[in-house]
Design a binder for this molecule. Structure first.
Ligand code: ADP
Ligand code: MG
Length: 653
């Protein structure tokens, strides 16, 4: 029979697997056991929902047989099995495509030169394997310890069985096989020992027992292995004679992790479970394990990951918790259990109060489920607050990964969720030079400060240089720096915090109290420059709604600010959206520093020749646009005007 080729992606993945110097080869066993357990889950669920008679939970098992003489290790299960097509589909391709595309991107980023350095290449390969784990391609790990893998399977409801066989990257073949019972046997031809690699140990009952205990103890079906024992053979009355008896032992405790007493679970147990189940290579930041008794009772095991999955901020990411009904898995990703803003949570919920037959449609109306969701949401919130208060370092790591999601959560709900989320968000502070919460900001406000100020820009460095921030900084007011697109939208939706409104440093009015003397002085200056400012406004036409003297500048000559509605930053964003027609416009006000030499110069020019200020107004306006990070209408004309100025200055010098 002709050999079939793996899909290109799978082949590359296998290459990486087989040739890797990955140090954790032993995890192949937990991967195969976990697949067997998944297959039994499916079978058991079906037997319950379809009321298949004669199937009972205690009939299910996973069996490991190690044959030292033939160097084979077999992992069998009586789960749902695979049809011929499923063998092809599940073992011949990587279901979650895109994983290798991701690796390619990563490797390009790491620089292909790294390959020249053996050590770096090795580190890279290891990282690759870790990443691969994220995509759930556990089956392939069998090739790390095997020279050949055979999978004999008979699907539930199928008359015939099939065998899938492969020696690795060169392809696989599928042929009919004999198998009386429904289920799957995975045969591994264990590699011979090699330099620095002891593959023999995977054939040792002692080692297998240890691996099962370490990685798969919580599996809810018995993992069995035969135990050989020498016992005195009393049949002949000869005490010296022994015989070998074989008994079957169960290697795992079968108590699911979430059903165990918390005091008896080590962090490591929680972490291993998380990594295996949710395909992460890093420990989670936090484990939340709760048991609730009441109107609705449930156990929940929830994890806050330490980093965002590669596809977290894409449409591909699917939120949800595993849902069990009295230990029977009924759904892999129950979205109804998590609000969108906590979609990063991984974990499971097990409740005896849920019906096994609950369908996707019914979920949304299920009151029990709703009650669980609400309690879970509260729990997550309080755990995050706790982390924020007691373990800032972890919280900042969390924030780095998922802060954006919380801010979107505030914006998405039009403020509906602000009570849940507003004390969890952070911004970079002009004063502290690090992330602060709104609560911290409010606590640090001087008596006379009436508003919470924020500034928007591409980066904290750029915002730091904005002319608009000058006076506020001078007064000792703290400014929150908004560098993510969603930031300003989120703040607008929150509107106020502890009765202090948010104000943009570029907004029409900073709302700073002035003394009577300051007020008088400002009025006088405005009066003196009335004609000049009006002439400038005329010259700028409908580009601006006003030209006025500034109350927020100290050293900079001009600044562009918006009125009280849409900000310039929001204008930029809205116009960058795919459906935008460029028609969104924020109000623009050009402010001039009354104490800057440029104003006296303008005045002089205006007195000499009333028409000369038009060109200067244009220049100053363009300059203000540039500082705002907005593009100017006619850069060539701007450049020409700057040159003309230089020439003039030199000609009169
Ligand atoms: P994952 O378990 O994350 O889906 P794997 O690479 O471990 O990825 O397995 C690929 C697929 O092969 C599984 O999703 C399952 O459909 C199928 N499979 C693997 N082992 C078994 C088994 N023992 N019984 C039934 N199906 C299996
Ligand atoms: Mg798997």
């Amino acid at each position: 029979m002709a050999k079939k080729q793996f899909k290109a992606e799978s082949k590359r993945l296998l290459d990486i697997m087989i040739n890797s110097i990955y140090t954790h080869k032993e995890i192949f066993l937990r991967e195969l056991i976990s697949n067997a357990s998944d297959a039994i889950d499916k079978m058991y669920y079906r037997s319950l929902t379809e009321k298949i008679s004669g199937v009972s939970k205690k009939d299910f098992y996973i069996k490991i047989v190690a044959d030292k003489g033939n160097r084979t290790l077999t992992i069998s299960d009586n789960g749902i099995g695979m049809t011929k097509d499923e063998l092809e589909e599940n073992l011949g391709t990587i279901a979650k495509s895109g994983s290798l595309g991701f690796l390619d991107g990563r490797n390009a980023a790491l620089g292909e030169d790294a390959d020249k350095d053996a050590k770096k290449a090795a580190a890279k390969a290891e990282k690759n394997i870790d990443i691969i784990g994220q995509f759930g391609v556990g089956f392939y790990s069998a090739f790390m310890v095997s020279s050949e893998v055979r999978v004999v399977s008979r699907a539930y409801g199928a008359e015939e069985a099939y065998e899938w066989e492969s020696k690795g990257a060169d392809g696989y073949s599928i042929r009919p096989a004999d198998k009386a019972e429904v289920g799957t046997d995975v045969f591994l031809a264990i590699k011979p020992n090699a330099e620095g690699e002891n593959y023999d140990e995977y054939l040792s009952p002692w080692k297998i027992r240890e691996l099962v205990k370490r990685y798969s103890d919580y599996i809810r079906y018995p993992i069995k292995m035969d135990r050989e024992e020498s016992v005195p053979d009393e049949a002949g009355g000869d005490a010296q004679k022994t015989k070998t008896v074989i008994s079957e032992e169960t290697l795992n405790s079968m108590v699911p992790l979430w059903k165990r007493a918390k005091s008896r679970i080590k962090d490591e147990d929680y972490h291993e479970f998380y990594k295996e189940k949710f395909h992460d290579y890093e420990d989670p930041l936090k484990v939340i394990h709760t048991s609730v008794e009441g109107v609705v009772s449930y156990d929940a095991l929830l994890y806050i990951p330490g980093r965002a999955p590669y596809n977290y901020y894409t449409r591909d990411y699917e939120k949800g918790l595993q849902l069990y009904s009295s230990g029977v898995l009924i759904m892999d990703k129950c979205a109804e259990l998590l609000p969108d803003y906590f979609s990063f949570i991984r974990g499971l919920v097990d409740s005896q109060d849920l019906s096994l037959n609950i369908s996707r449609e019914m979920l949304q109306h299920d009151r029990q489920l709703k009650a669980i969701e609400q309690r879970i949401e509260k729990k997550i919130k309080s755990e995050l607050e706790d982390m924020l208060a007691k373990d800032r370092e972890s919280y900042e790591k969390f924030w780095e990964a998922f802060g954006l999601q919380l801010k979107y959560g505030i914006y998405d709900g039009f403020g509906r969720n602000k009570d849940v989320l507003q004390d969890l968000i952070m911004f970079y502070s002009s004063k502290e030079k690090k992330l602060v919460t709104l609560g911290e900001y409010a606590a640090n406000m001087p008596e006379d400060q009436k508003y919470i100020y924020y500034a928007v820009g591409e980066s904290t460095e750029k915002i730091d240089k904005l002319p608009q921030t000058e006076l506020l900084k001078d007064k000792g007011y703290e400014i929150l720096y908004c560098t993510d697109d969603v930031d300003e939208f989120a703040l607008k939706v929150i509107m106020s915090y502890r009765e202090k409104e948010f104000r943009s440093v570029s907004g029409g009015d900073l709302g700073i109290e002035e003394s009577e003397a300051e007020k008088k002085k400002a009025e006088k200056q405005a009066e003196e420059n009335k004609d000049l400012l009006a002439a400038m406004k005329d010259a700028l036409g409908d580009k601006v709604t006003d030209v006025r003297l500034s109350k927020r500048l100290k050293t900079h000559p001009v600044v562009l600010v918006s009125g009280d509605g849409l900000s310039l930053e929001m204008e930029k964003l809205l116009n960058a959206m795919p459906a935008a027609d460029g028609g969104v416009k924020a109000e623009r006000i050009l402010e001039i520093n009354a104490n800057h030499a440029v104003l006296s110069a303008l005045k002089k020019a205006y007195e000499r020749d009333k028409d000369s200020v038009g060109a200067y107004a244009g220049l100053l306006y363009d300059q203000a646009l540039l500082m705002e990070g907005l593009s100017i209408e006619d850069p060539v004309a701007f450049a020409g005007a700057v040159c003309a100025l230089i020439e003039k200055a030199e000609a009169t010098a």
